[in-house]
Design a protein around this ligand. Sequence first.
Ligand code: CA
Ligand code: CA
Length: 75
Amino acid sequence: MKQLIAAFSLLLLAISASVLANQMNVKFAQLDIDSDGVISLLEAKKNDELFKQFSDLDENQDEVLSEKEFAHFKI
Ligand SMILES: [Ca+2]
Ligand SMILES: [Ca+2]
């Protein structure tokens, strides 16, 4: 029985993790207005906090945020 509960909790954890990941994707997709898979400075301007953090988040300094760089964004 304990094993069943443990397995069930793991399943729940996996589900909530994927829901969280989806929410991140939705947000990224919302900001990526032209859907080219990166957030440009112009697109980042839609979100004040993101705009402030833009240069810190843009690790390779190509003036766009990849999904990986955006993942470091904290509100
Ligand atoms: Ca874009
Ligand atoms: Ca970049």
